[in-house]
Ligand binder design. Structure first.
Ligand code: ZN
Ligand code: ZN
Length: 358
């Protein structure tokens, strides 16, 4: 079943006549066409229609027509609310699903005022479909992860005292792009005291002996961004740094072991958090254990204290515990793992024993 058929089945199961997609990620999910501007409609009959403009029409037709979509450029200009109104009226659509989790209030009001039909919120239905990964999505993440690991390996000799965080982050991005990544923002690249900031930004700070360096990075293939974090010591590490690192690594192993089909996100989180709490660092692990990912880098299901949803077969999650001691240092270790049909598979292969660089 292709994506159009899958979404048409969803439309029927929700008893809608059609579903309107205007959010870029959802349109890409439905059509495999990235960065589209326009609208995509999926009808319960299995018919798919894309409205776009002259900038995209040729390429969008090449990609979408073989999947069964009609790709239409409205006469004159860009597709508008009026384009959808006319289509809805002609097709006799009475109930139209819309992306209540993505559409702005202004867009919703404009559609509601113009359309001669009922509008029904989609809720999390498409998100739940996106949680169940296809083989090709995992393959794209696998390729992205290989690009990221090669780039990090190539960068390691440069991570030494005197090198600057921002320049290393820029080089890492360049190496990933050179390796075939579609390009992404700068990685998280923090050293020394700054490594206690889980989402700190790289700055013009020099690496010093005795620093921990935390790098949280991903490459992108077909819109799918991989996600890995590694923490390295530079020059030397104190006993306390080694103990904290060992605790995070042990917590990660516990999280990886707990992740399974049908497990609640909060229970996977707890498996890792218990290790950190037992070591006395519970107050220093503020964020959730992990998140799913796909066309968005943070998707449901989550492994967090508050997430009571469960992991379906073929879902993917990151397992990324951390300990952050404010003003001193921090450690995070992150892998991506998925529930393959023949068993759990960790897609991250980069070594994670404590490594002292420089
Ligand atoms: Zn990450
Ligand atoms: Zn992550």
């Amino acid at each position: 079943m292709n994506r159009l058929q899958k979404i048409a089945q969803l439309v029927r199961s929700m008893d809608l006549d059609a579903l309107l997609l205007t959010h870029e990620e959802n349109m890409q999910y439905a059509t495999l066409f990235p960065h589209l501007e326009g609208m995509v409609l999926v009808l319960r009959s299995g018919e798919g229609v894309c409205f776009t403009d002259s900038r995209y029409i040729e390429n969008a037709t090449l990609v979408m027509a073989p999947q069964g979509y009609r790709v239409i450029e409205p006469a004159g200009s860009y597709p508008t609310v009026g384009t959808i109104r006319d289509f809805v009226a002609e097709a006799g659509i009475r109930t139209l699903g819309y992306e209540d989790e993505k559409m702005t209030v202004a867009q919703f009001e404009a559609y509601r005022a113009a359309l001669p039909c009922e509008m029904a919120p989609l809720g999390g239905a498409l998100s739940r479909l996106r949680q169940v990964k296809e083989d090709r999505e995992i393959e794209w993440l696998r390729r992205a992860q290989a690009i990221a690991e090669k780039a990090l390996s190539d960068l390691l000799p440069d991570i030494r005292p005197g090198a600057y965080e921002d320049e290393l982050a820029a080089k890492l991005t360049y190496l990933m792009n050179l390796g075939g990544s579609e390009g992404a923002g700068l990685p998280i690249f923090v050293s020394g005291k700054k490594s206690s900031m889980p989402h700190g930004r790289p700055s013009h700070k020099a690496i010093e002996p005795g620093d921990f360096v935390t790098i949280d990075m991903g490459a992108v293939v077909n819109g799918y961004m991989s996600d890995m974090t590694r923490t390295f010591a530079v020059g030397h590490a104190t006993d306390e740094m080694r103990a904290v690192y060992a605790t995070v690594l042990e917590a990660q192993a516990a999280g990886l072991a707990a992740f399974a089909e049908g497990m609640r996100g909060c229970d996977v989180d707890k498996a890792a958090r218990d290790v950190i709490e037992a070591a006395g660092y519970g107050a220093y692990f503020g964020h959730g254990l992990g998140h799913s990912l796909g066309l968005n880098i943070h998707e449901d299901p989550r492994a967090s204290r508050t997430y009571t949803g469960t992991f379906p077969a073929r879902s993917i999650v990151t397992i990324e515990p951390g300990i952050y001691l404010p003003g001193r240092f921090g450690v995070r270790i992150e892998d991506m793992v998925w529930l393959a049909p023949d068993g759990k598979e960790n897609l991250t292969h980069f070594p994670k024993e404590l490594t002292v660089l420089g």
